[in-house]
Write a protein of this length. Structure first.
Length: 136
């Protein structure tokens, strides 16, 4: 065991070239994780995949930018349903329903909880980590 944090750190994995595109040196001070050539674990690869973690976070930032009043000054209601956590952020002009699935499989929501259903009648998907844009 070590008292340093370096063993869990790795240079940014930009692409699949030598040293993950982080450095042109023959060796980096911190070792590059060997998974940098993976199709999904470097920035270059993730830019090309619309469902990558990188692109998900870019979309998440856009939602925050498009709804600043909700994000910064809205009130919050929480509701837990089995493997789901539902969070309703609202202000006088708009409501934003966030549904997070912490389970290992997809699930169907037949009916929103009553305290949320009063506010959200016809939801539109703004962002999803699933490869679909619909509510099922």
């Amino acid at each position: 065991m070590t008292d340093q944090r370096d063993p869990c750190r790795s240079p940014m994995q930009w692409n699949s070239s030598d040293n993950a595109g982080f450095s042109k040196a023959s060796k980096t001070w911190l070792p590059v994780n060997p998974n940098f050539k993976s199709e999904s674990l470097n920035v270059d690869s993730q830019k090309k995949d619309p469902f990558s973690t990188l692109n998900f976070y870019k979309k998440l930032v856009k939602v925050r930018q498009d709804h600043p009043d909700i994000v910064l000054a809205g009130s919050t209601e929480l509701c837990a349903e089995e493997q789901l956590l539902l969070m309703l952020r609202k202000n006088r002009n708009e409501a934003l329903l966030v549904i997070m699935n912490f389970g290992s499989h997809a699930c169907k929501i037949d009916k929103l909880p009553s305290k949320i259903q009063k506010t959200v009648s016809d939801p539109t998907v703004l962002l999803t980590s699933w490869k679909t844009d619909s509510l099922r």
